[in-house]
Ligand binder design. Structure first.
Ligand SMILES: O=C(CO)[C@H](O)[C@H](O)COP(=O)(O)O
Ligand SMILES: [Co+2]
Length: 227
């Protein structure tokens, strides 16, 4: 089944425990960490992830939009994140970092900004549990999906399958009922959605609706890895 990871960037930060409950039934809780250096926005950090870990049993999917991930990312794994995503544009030693995250018991994931190609990183794929193809410029929720990223999602899926790898392919940015089917058809299998979930009257129903659309869009596609 496709996995849905609602982004709490669009939630009420004063009520994060309740906001996590509001999306019960999702696969992950996507936590966007921004440092106002790697991206021009500041959100939350380690203490909030530690508190959230205690407040919910939904696995935490940390998306680190920060400089020096080599220094900070392992601490998010230690704080109990089930998946830790660093940006390759900011990492000094991505292979070493991915191995360290895995050694701490979390899934290791690497993100690509829209202008960053996948091809130079082909050899790195076996070190990863997930690859994140950004479908907006990182920094803010509520942006429009970049259709121009669809060929990159397709190429990434082809590379993953060619190498016979099991890693997940996540998309993040502007994912909604309007765009999720195109992402799924292109080969994505983990979908982050912030405004499309938390902007809905019933966030849990929005999660179910998105998952159904993604599942229907890939029905019968043997080239899409199923969990
Ligand atoms: O990483 C992000 C922004 O950099 C967010 O995860 C993303 O934007 C989710 O919000 P939306 O679904 O509203 O686009
Ligand atoms: Co994100």
């Amino acid at each position: 089944m496709p996995q849905i990871s609602p982004s709490i960037l669009s939630a009420d930060f004063a009520r994060l425990g309740e906001e996590a409950e509001a999306v019960r039934g999702c696969d992950w809780l996507h936590v966007d960490v921004m440092d106002n250096h790697f991206v021009p926005n500041l959100t939350l950090g380690l203490p909030v992830v530690e508190s959230l870990r205690k407040a919910t049993d939904i696995p935490i999917d940390c998306h680190l939009m920060i400089e020096q991930p080599d220094r900070w990312a392992p601490q998010y794994a230690e704080a109990g994140a089930g998946s830790v995503t660093f940006h390759v544009e900011a990492a000094a030693a991505p292979v070493r970092l991915a191995r360290e995250i895995r050694s701490l018991g979390a899934r290791a994931s690497m993100a690509l900004k829209p202008a960053t190609p996948i091809e130079p990183y082909e050899d790195l794929l076996p070190e990863l549990d997930m690859l994140l193809v950004m479908t907006v410029e990182p920094g803010f929720g509520g942006q429009s999906f970049l259709d121009i990223m669809l060929p990159k999602i397709r190429r990434t899926r082809e590379l993953i399958n060619r190498h016979g790898l099991q890693l997940w392919l996540q998309v993040d940015g502007g994912v909604s009922v309007e765009t999720i089917e195109r992402c799924a058809e292109a080969g994505a299998d983990v979908f982050v959605a912030g405004s499309a979930v938390y902007g809905a009257d019933d966030p849990a129903a929005a999660v179910r609706g998105l998952r159904e659309l993604a599942a229907a869009a890939t029905e019968g596609s043997p080239w899409v890895h199923r969990h």
